[in-house]
Design a protein. Structure first.
Length: 349
């Protein structure tokens, strides 16, 4: 059902992404790794899960999906991956010997084992074709150097393992898609698939099909698309309120925006964690709701904060771009990418 709020897992449930599915599968079968990028609520998790299940169903792969939200170090990453491997049915063929023991509960880490060596052994001991999906991979950016060392070793040593990564273009994700000359992945970067919002026709067709599935008559697709753009997460949320919960049109739109704001405020707060100059980011976002050129943004920021160094402003804009909160449309012109982000009062964050 298109208006189900859970991530999609079957190809038949995922609307408008057939080209992306086919492209991704072709890359994985060619032994390339894959990064799924794009703004929040654009469907990265659903696409990842569908690809994994397609590889399992049609090509004989084993596969696991691991959500890395809140996973900040390699120890937590190893535990999360072991949990998924041990819970997978049917189980993997893995010949671990040094850092692990295999017991009734599955594969367990030996006491005192080094995490980097253990991850390398675990991945390199996989004896059959496997696709591993790591969602929100930017979460482990604090351990990016060691993580890249692990990945470089696995890429060179075990072609049976394919990775799919998703997340914002920061930290690990940026290092994956554009590895430096010193990176363990230099010369073998994963293929980047950047998901874009639906165009107007696809957005309208998504709403029409979702309403038809539920036998709901609806003729306000244009109004919804004008307000929510082609962000599939918000279109789905509106459809859930209107067609499943049977809430009137105006209230469904208002609830969609309010719930969407809660989600995006949490995302923006997460982005601000650990930043010393939070005010420049919140001010830029508020200013971008009324102006879009670098010169006007600087003027607006300085009205609120006082003098701001050009380099500091440029770095803040770059960080917002790298985190998919804004886009650089052309030289010196910026835009908030998500309609819900334009509804937020950043002074209250």
């Amino acid at each position: 059902m298109l208006f189900d709020l859970h991530p999609k897992e079957d190809r038949k449930e995922l609307f408008g992404r057939d080209k992306e599915i086919d492209f991704s599968i072709s890359q994985l079968l060619s032994k390339n790794w894959l990064i799924i990028g794009g703004q929040r609520e654009i469907g990265k998790t659903s696409l990842m899960k569908v690809i994994i299940n397609e590889m399992k169903k049609n090509y004989g792969f084993k596969g696991i999906y691991v959500n890395l939200r809140g996973v900040r170090n390699l120890n937590s990453l190893l535990k999360a991956i072991l949990s998924e491997i041990n819970g997978s049915k049917p189980s993997f063929k893995i010949s671990v010997k040094v850092n692990f023991v295999i017991g009734s509960a599955g594969i367990e880490l030996k006491r005192g084992a080094k995490v980097v060596n253990s991850l390398i052994e675990l991945f390199n001991s996989i004896e059959e074709d496997v696709v591993i999906g790591l969602d929100e991979v930017q979460e482990i950016s604090q351990a990016s150097k060691q993580f890249l060392e692990v990945l470089g070793n696995v890429f060179a040593s075990n072609p049976k393992v394919r990775f799919i990564f998703s997340g914002s273009y920061i930290g690990v994700t940026k290092a994956l898609s554009n590895p430096s000359s010193s990176s363990p992945l230099h010369g073998r970067p994963p293929v980047l698939l950047n998901l874009r919002p639906f165009d107007e026709d696809t957005s309208r067709n998504f709403l029409k099909k979702g309403m038809e599935e539920l036998n709901v008559r609806f003729d306000k697709e244009d109004e919804v698309v004008k307000k929510l753009d082609g962000v599939v997460g918000w279109l789905t949320l509106f459809g859930n309120f209107y067609a499943i919960r049977k809430i009137d049109f105006d209230s469904s739109m208002a609830y969609t925006i309010e719930e969407g704001k809660k989600i995006m405020i949490d995302e923006f707060k997460h982005f601000l964690e650990g930043k010393n100059n939070k005010g420049i980011y919140t001010t830029i976002m508020n200013v971008l709701k009324v102006v879009n050129t670098w010169k006007d943004i600087k003027r607006g920021v300085e009205i609120k904060l006082g003098d701001v160094d050009d380099k500091e402003l440029s770095l803040a804009l770059e960080s917002l771009i790298n985190n998919n909160f804004i886009e650089k449309k052309k030289e010196g012109v910026y835009e908030i990418v998500d309609p819900i982000l334009r509804e937020i009062d950043y002074d209250k964050i």
